[in-house]
Write a protein that binds this ligand. Structure first.
Ligand code: COA
Length: 562
């Protein structure tokens, strides 16, 4: 079928639709819904069999939906309507939410229902839920819709609030006052829920030291206490604020724009600066006692001769300091009497490479970029040269650019079914490092490696496995994925052949090194990166990315119809 996607952004949901529908054999073209004019033009040029809007902030013009079959993906249960669905679901502590495929109609979200899929909600942030369970459900809903569409006997369901399974209702757009925190009475759980409902966009507006700021990245704390509403500790750029029954860590802040000055999201300590001078820095060990709730980005667990290293960095962005801490944690994991090290990333993202926001905020972005990529390479180098253990990269969430290449340093690369990978740097004006010139062709062959890094397209897990970017993908839920990874890791650790296999791996590394050393690959990559870091291509792309400058037209490689 010829499918046209209308989307307000080429975000991970749209990318997932693009990847999965293409993989199913459809011809998919994309038009960014910048105006009615471009949407109308796209339809005329493409003449699609169907239009799908995976993520749309504006209405499809009537002239289009009257003529073409248009499906809107609404991130809500049957009967839910309005533009703040997930925000309300989290704020109202719903334990179940859903995605509904609706036919476009004159009234917003009131068209015929073609499919609706529910899923459990369990403490996710708004974006985490959207990128994770919501995207999974949306793909199922669209597959069901396509089936229904080709079934002549199928009759779609009109919205009928008297039906018992229609549990949603109209909800106005959420306002900051609907979720404002009252620090004098809100419990830790309530504060967490309010922040999560606005994370990652638009953020929860609050006030710190007299500054209006948006809060992001909330984590409950159950051992530190202090004067209600005050900042009582800081850790790795995050701040801890006392509540009536404990405290909450807040990792990121964004200053509210005043007049024309725009701000972007940064680690809290970078925004508050000297205001935190008297606040104690409270570190956290890599391994925590059971029952201890706190904020940690990197942690380590061990079982049955397998070490598990988690690194959950906000938005998958890895700053210089975070890369250095991750390397230290990895070196610790390597000293342990285990046989396999599993790198688990975070649940939301595996990694999106160097931290572009922190770089943008630096006095000298070029030298911060340099420090950051070197710190990233230092970590990747340690994974690549590990000769005492087997390593597994277990990607629970999406990954991009250097984040994907980082995974390839491991001996096995597994992904949770349905995550989206963007194994390229070009869009950011970068050549890239993370030893990709060694790892990528080694897995894909030179031609495919070149193709993948130059076409700048997202990739689903099926294709990633087909071209051997990853070794395998399985399970849709995080829990099931992690269970399978544990099984695989333990199988390797307990293999009778372990010694021989390790010897083989080390021999291969030795031979590769004879051909060309890791130092040489790194030196060549960094030579290019040094030039990139002072180029206007990178500096403009980074600034646009950080300040969220929207594209003014659909990129040519997405709009087949143009
Ligand atoms: N540094 C800082 N922030 C990053 C980031 C990075 N490398 N990668 C992603 N983010 C942030 C985004 O700004 C966004 O922030 P928000 O919380 O304010 O919304 C959030 O992560 C999610 O990214 P978004 O682009 O909205 O999500 P997506 O799922 O639609 O797209 C990517 C994901 C990874 C394709 C896209 O974010 C991207 O291209 N990132 C840059 C990758 C890169 O070039 N890294 C540097 C080279 S190694």
């Amino acid at each position: 079928m010829k499918i046209l996607l209308f989307a307000s952004a080429y975000n991970s949901m749209t990318q997932r639709f693009h990847v999965d529908l293409t993989y199913l054999g459809h011809d998919v073209s994309i038009e960014l819904a910048i105006s009615d004019v471009v949407m109308t033009e796209a339809v005329k040029l493409y003449r699609p069999d169907m239009i799908i809007a995976p993520f749309l902030r504006i209405a499809i013009p009537e002239s289009i939906w009257r003529k073409y079959f248009c499906i809107i993906i609404h991130p809500g249960i049957k009967g839910d309507r309005g533009s703040s669905s997930i925000d309300w679901a989290i704020l109202n502590d719903k334990s179940e939410w859903g995605v509904t495929a609706l036919q476009a109609d004159a009234e917003m979200d009131a068209g015929d229902i073609w499919s609706s899929i529910n899923f459990p909600v369990n403490g996710e942030t708004k974006s985490g839920l959207y990128r994770g369970k919501c995207a999974q459900a949306a793909i199922k809903a669209i597959k069901q819709t396509l089936e229904n569409f080709t079934n002549p006997d199928y009759v779609s369901e009109s919205l009928d609030y008297t039906r018992p399974d229609v549990k949603g209702c109209w909800r106005d757009s959420i306002k900051q006052k609907d979720r404002a925190i009252d620090w004098s009475s809100d419990t830790t759980e309530t504060v967490m829920r309010k922040i999560r409902s606005a994370d990652s966009q638009p953020g929860l507006l609050d006030n710190l030291f007299g500054k209006p700021v948006y809060l992001y990245g909330a984590h409950a704390e159950n051992s530190l206490t202090g004067v209600l509403g005050e900042i009582i500790a800081q850790r790795y750029g995050a701040i801890c604020r006392a509540t009536v029954d404990g405290a909450v860590w807040i990792t990121h802040l964004k200053q509210k724009s005043q007049d024309t000055q725009a701000f972007f999201k940064l680690p809290a300590a970078l925004v508050l600066g000297e205001l935190l001078t008297d606040i104690p820095e409270v570190p956290v060990p890599l391994e925590l006692p059971v029952g201890c709730q706190t904020f940690r980005e990197i942690w380590y667990e061990e079982k049955n001769q397998v070490g598990y290293l988690h690194f959950s960095f906000y938005n998958g962005a890895m700053s210089t300091d975070q890369c250095m801490r991750l390397r230290n944690a990895y070196l610790y994991a390597r000293t342990r009497d285990t046989k396999v090290i599993v790198l688990l990333g975070g649940t939301d993202f595996w990694s999106n490479g160097i931290n572009l926001n922190v770089i943008e905020a630096a006095c000298d972005p070029a030298s911060e970029s340099w420090r950051n990529i070197n710190a990233m390479d230092d970590f990747v180098y340690e994974v690549l040269r590990t000769d005492t253990h087997f390593t597994i990269a277990a990607m629970q969430g999406n990954a991009a650019a250097g984040g994907v290449m980082m995974a390839l340093a491991a001996d096995w690369v597994y992904a949770r079914s349905g995550i989206v990978l963007n194994p390229h740097y070009k869009g950011m004006g970068l050549y890239g490092s993370e030893y990709w010139t060694y790892s990528l062709p080694r897995r894909l062959g030179q031609d495919t490696a070149e193709k993948v890094t130059s076409v700048c397209m997202p990739m689903g897990t099926q294709l990633a496995k087909q071209i051997h970017l990853i070794d395998d993908y399985f399970e849709e839920t995080h829990a099931e994925f992690c269970n399978r990874v544990v099984q695989q890791a333990e199988q390797i650790a307990h293999s009778e052949n372990f010694g021989n296999l390790l010897q083989l791996k080390n021999k291969r590394r030795f031979l590769d090194e004879q051909y060309k050393s890791l130092e040489e690959y790194r030196r060549e990559e960094l030579e290019q990166m040094k030039l990139n870091f002072v180029s206007s291509a990178y500096n403009t792309a980074r600034r646009n990315f950080v300040y969220k400058v929207s594209p003014t037209e659909t990129p040519q490689h997405l709009a087949l119809h143009r």
